[in-house]
Design a protein around this ligand. Structure first.
Ligand SMILES: Cc1cc2nc3c(=O)[nH]c(=O)nc-3n(C[C@H](O)[C@H](O)[C@H](O)COP(=O)(O)O)c2cc1C
Ligand code: SF4
Ligand code: SF4
Length: 436
């Protein structure tokens, strides 16, 4: 059975699943429950100078009956006193010495950073996470994403922390930035031990069409909130891979954003994360989700012959490159399995109205009757010569495996954009004809 234990930038944990800084990591009571359920680490709800929260605080994007596809909050950092939080970290650490407890911190001046780093260390925390990501409230006070969005400022503040820190320092990055790599490089230059990403994304989830008030509202008014949950996973994966691929960053990465199951976890690991954090999925379904995450990841690693997560970590990073390196001669086409096709024609209309008009509706007689198909009703058939292999029909088809995107050997050698330009300039080849 695969060994899931991790040593993340010097912080040891029985598995890579950590509770992210947020409502589920607010108290010792919750940390005990999380560890009892199987979580490997807890990043405490961000500790700083006392704040005051508002009511209400959360809103959600529900899609086609699925609740909380996206989740939004206008909550600030911990509203408990630093004394209480550090005392409870000590209590949790004493009871769970083999588990990771990370103090997430956010203060303003150099003196305050020095003081809070010292208090975190004195509490027995295994590491410190710097919250440079909160996109509401705290950024208006010059903290959170106001720091993460400005690599020069981030570098200075990480430098202040490193002056005082003797335990590992993780810099948590904001996605509310044009290129997150610049912030990651700033963390590296300042001497940080690791990065974690992503924090929440600036958002408005919805407007109540009776009151015309955006949600969540506070007495009829709202504020830009932080977006997270399943909907943000693609953005988080993109940013994690960008940092993992950048030769100047070279720091361990803790992946965060939309993780709800072991498959999400494995994808984050393949794209360069050696540790993971989860918030929204716990708020939705509770701490017990970690059991499936552990079993699923462990089984997956076993099935691929990996002894631990190191074997998977970063395995997909080099599978991404700039578009100009992709093979212009690679071709694949859509093929429909008429034995499983239910004749809904979603593929036909998608290709006809949204793609390249290369699915015909043809006489069904030669194909027999698939499940649920009406005798005499035409069936879809792809004109493979005209199919551009865009994937759209296979994405809309409701029957798994019914449309297969199949590679076709064109007999033409691999040629990327740069080769194409060079060979065109030398007159070695004719231009690839434009589509009619
Ligand atoms: C209600 C709420 C409060 C949060 N508070 C904090 C916080 O205090 N500090 C912090 O670094 N991140 C905070 N986060 C962000 C999460 O730690 C995490 O980065 C983000 O939610 C993305 O992960 P997820 O998709 O698993 O939720 C909060 C998120 C939510 C939903
Ligand atoms: S892959 Fe694209 S172009 Fe080809 S049949 Fe499907 S929708 Fe049409
Ligand atoms: S979308 Fe799928 S099931 Fe529906 S007609 Fe096309 S191939 Fe058949």
């Amino acid at each position: 059975m695969a060994d899931l234990s991790v040593n993340f930038a010097g912080i040891r944990s029985p598995n890579p699943f950590w509770v992210a800084s947020g409502p589920p990591s607010n108290t010792a009571y919750q940390a005990h429950r999380a560890f009892e359920a199987g979580w490997g680490g807890v990043v405490w709800k961000t500790i700083g100078d006392p704040i005051v929260n508002v009511a209400s605080r959360y809103s959600a994007l529900n899609v086609a009956g699925q609740r909380m596809i996206g989740f939004n909050n206008i909550e600030l950092i911990s509203d408990r006193s630093p004394e209480t939080n550090f005392r409870e970290i000590r209590e949790v650490k004493d009871r769970w010495p083999g588990h990771a407890v990370i103090a997430s911190l956010m203060v303003d001046t150099r003196e305050r950073w020095h003081e809070f780093v010292k208090r975190a260390e004195d509490s027995g925390a295994d590491g410190i996470e710097l919250n440079f990501g909160c996109p509401h409230g705290m950024c208006e006070r010059g903290m959170g994403s106001a720091v993460g969005q400005n690599p020069e400022v981030a570098e200075i503040i990480v430098g202040w922390v490193m002056e005082a820190a003797r335990i590992p320092v993780i810099v948590k990055l904001t996605p509310n930035i044009t290129n997150v790599v610049h912030a990651a490089r700033a963390a590296k230059r300042a001497g940080a031990d690791a990065i974690s990403l992503i924090n929440t994304i600036n958002s408005i989830t919805n407007v109540d069409l009776d009151t015309l008030t955006p949600e969540p509202h506070v007495g009829g008014y709202s504020s830009h909130g932080g977006y997270c949950g399943p909907a943000v996973k693609p953005i988080a994966l993109n940013m994690v891979q960008s940092c993992a691929a950048d030769p100047e960053v070279g720091l361990p990465i803790c992946g965060i954003g939309g993780i709800g199951g072991w498959r999400d976890a494995a994808e984050f690991i393949a794209l360069g994360s050696s540790c993971l954090q989860v918030c929204t999925a716990i708020m939705h379904r509770g701490f017990r989700i970690v059991e499936d995450m552990i079993d699923g990841l462990s089984d997956y690693l076993d099935s691929k012959g990996h002894a631990g997560i190191d074997g998977l970590c970063g395995a997909s990073v080099a599978r991404l490159s700039d578009w100009k390196y992709l093979d212009l001669h690679y071709k694949r086409v859509a093929r429909i399995d008429h034995d499983t096709c239910i004749g809904c024609n979603l593929c036909y209309i998608a290709c006809e109205d949204g793609a390249h008009q290369c699915i015909d509706l043809v006489d069904s007689a030669p194909y027999g009757l698939g499940p649920g198909r009406v005798p005499g009703k035409p069936v879809p058939k792809v004109r493979e010569d005209d199919c551009v292999g865009c994937n759209l029909c296979s994405l809309v088809c409701p029957v798994d495996g019914c449309i297969t995107m199949t590679p076709v050997d064109t007999g033409r050698p691999k040629m990327c954009w740069d080769d194409y330009q060079t060979r065109l300039a030398k007159g070695e080849i004719e231009p690839i004809p434009a589509h009619p």
